[in-house]
Ligand binder design. Structure first.
Ligand SMILES: Nc1ncnc2c1ncn2[C@@H]1O[C@H](COP(=O)(O)OP(=O)(O)OP(=O)(O)O)[C@@H](O)[C@H]1O
Ligand SMILES: [Mg+2]
Length: 287
């Protein structure tokens, strides 16, 4: 029985089937464990064969998440690459308006590519989402709204992480049927909104949550859960764009012919690291 309890306590509540149906929202006041929770979710999704793109405006994902590569986006180039493996787009050096522009551009490109080929599930995690998703119904967020609403048809879903419960477009909350609400700020707008969506009782609970605890909402069912503390030993490597293959010079051809050696082999930058699913971490049937 004790073992069973420990197992439940060390389990991350995440409904993989629901991850493919709707989006995910993580909210709560500062330093409560939102980012680590999002990283734990992404880690588990990768183990279930998802590809993850994390749009990170904080700069911490490359140190704390288990996503193996990061791409440092700079204001000068605003360039993006779309590998077939998981990637952190570190936009922490961009101002919020450039971040918004970058997000829209990359989502537009992802959408177009996915129309042709969308076998693998893709989760797009957006840090500090209130900076980018305050209003997703305007022209400046057309790609974001499109992906959050109908991205399911081409296997794309969105995970939004925000310290502000009211700072996110309510449309996104409606499109997110899995939610993790960490401790709420003591603020009147938040109180009013939270009470009207859930109830006064749940607001009282949300106000008193300890670090690492949250209210887990899944399709109108709610419970208090402890999120296991997420740590990884992996350090993300900077993504290096593959260089176009150059024709060997005459001298190189002669050398190869004389030594009989083959061309050196390169790592396949797009192959995912080995995936292992820990069955003990499966989503529990019982609530
Ligand atoms: N599941 C957890 N269990 C226990 N402690 C945790 C847990 N998650 C986070 N913490 C503690 O809280 C700290 C902050 O975590 P994290 O950066 O994920 O919070 P955050 O809500 O994203 O904060 P911010 O709003 O500043 O981005 C961690 O450094 C850790 O000490
Ligand atoms: Mg955070």
């Amino acid at each position: 029985m004790n073992n069973e309890n420990n197992k439940m306590q060390n389990m991350l509540w995440l409904d993989i089937a629901e991850c493919k149906r709707s989006n995910i929202l993580i909210s709560g006041t500062n330093s409560q464990g939102k980012s680590l929770c999002a990283m734990a979710i992404c880690d588990k999704l990768m183990k279930h064969g998802f590809q993850v793109y994390a749009i990170d405006s904080t700069g911490i994902w490359k140190r704390k998440s288990s996503i193996p590569r990061y791409y440092q986006v700079s204001e000068k180039t605003m360039k993006y690459v779309l590998p077939n493996s998981s990637m952190i787009y570190d936009v922490s050096r961009l101002t919020a308006s450039y971040q918004r522009e970058f997000l829209e551009n990359i989502l537009g490109e992802i959408w177009l590519r996915r129309l042709d080929n969308y076998n693998k599930w893709l989760m797009i995690a957006i840090e500090e989402a209130h900076l980018l998703m305050r209003n997703i119904r305007g022209r400046a967020s057309e790609n974001l709204l499109r992906i959050a609403s109908v991205g399911r048809n081409i296997n794309i879903r969105v995970l939004g992480i925000s310290p502000s419960f009211v700072g996110l477009d309510a449309e996104f909350r409606r499109l997110a049927q899995q939610r993790y609400h960490f401790k709420l700020p003591n603020e009147s707008n938040t109180k009013r909104r939270f009470c009207s969506i859930y109830s006064k009782d749940w607001y009282r609970v949300a106000k008193e949550l300890d670090v690492g605890f949250c209210i887990y909402y899944n399709n109108e069912r709610m419970k208090i859960v402890k999120i296991p503390y997420f740590q990884t030993s992996k350090v993300a490597q900077a993504y290096i764009e593959p260089q176009p293959k150059q024709e060997p010079t005459l001298w190189q051809k002669v050398k190869v012919a004389l030594s009989g050696s083959e061309e050196p082999e390169f790592d396949d930058i797009d192959s995912e690291s080995e995936i292992e699913i820990d069955e003990s971490e499966e989503y529990p049937e019982e609530w």
